[in-house]
Design a protein around this ligand. Sequence first.
Ligand code: TXA
Ligand code: MG
Length: 345
Amino acid sequence: MKTKVIKANARSWNQKLKELSYIIKQGGLVAFPTETVYGLGGNGLDAKVAKKIYAAKGRPSDNPLILHVADKKDVELLVCDITPLERKLMDAFWPGPLTIVFPKKDIVPFEISGGLDTVAIRCPALEFTREWIRACGVPIAGPSANLSGKPSPTTVEAVLHDMDGRIDAIIDGGVTDIGVESTIVSARQNKIIIYRPGGITKEMLENYASVELDKGLTSSFIPPLAPGMKYTHYAPTSPLVVYTGDTKKVENKILSFINKKDKKYGFFVSEETAALLPEDAVVFCWGSRNNQQQMAHRLFQGLLYFNTNVVDEIIGEGTSHTGLGLAIMNRLTKASGYHIIVEST
Ligand code: TXA
Ligand code: MG
């Protein structure tokens, strides 16, 4: 199969919209940009398409897919009911990087929901992506457009790397803005539970109700509420170890690897630490350590960087668990296979 790349919002976009929505109506697959990462889209009401998506990603079929809608009102067709708290969250954060888990109606096939009675729904922020979903006339099932277990793609190049020849088309919307996936929550019984930390932070959600983090995210004994969180994920080809905690100690620890000759080390660090590394070191700098937005934005690009700039081991620098840091540290924890070392004061 030849994978077409079509620029979003470019000349003759209306014509392109017709072409891209026709592919979906015919049961095909189109990767699409969102404000978080690229998704791998197909008709979210078609069980056969769900199977195609799982096959293209090499993903286990018990891991449910998120449905993307163009407008808030489109949720009603898909869910049994909407709680007042869910409504408040939709009004506050949609369109945007918040996914809400609802009890599903029969119209949503179990192949999409991974056999669950619930369905996860979000309304992505990019206007041209919503325009395309509207043109498709169905909700779009959209897992991240990477091969299962690999970092989520934030660029067209990264989507092509994993999906070229496996899908019909890619909508090119440039580099995605946030860089980590949406926050997934349930908001029943007047309580918010975070299934996956992401673009909308715990602190932002606390303005609406009490917020708990799914215990399955931090314990290896309790299964996570989002089935996908149990799989290893985001792994770069070389092992990654992340140092976090006291800034000065972390910096010293990272610098101590410069003179170690047992292995070839690569460094995935802040610009403050990068400035202290020798010029010939293999370094991916994710921006200032005081700017978590920049770090999230470049996180997956950084993990992919070490697939082409190959080293024996990647030494990473972590961040705090507050704000976007919760999502960043969750991804780094998985990418490193829980290899997080805390340098305490
Ligand atoms: O930002 C995002 O959310 C991106 C963009 C493309 O929208 N999508 C994304 O999808 O990250 P995916 O499939 O890579 O991750 C979806 C996660 C998985 O961990 C899955 O287990 C969980 O959502 N999930 C989906 N439906 C669920 C449900 N009904 N209950 C619990 N977890 C669910
Ligand atoms: Mg994913």
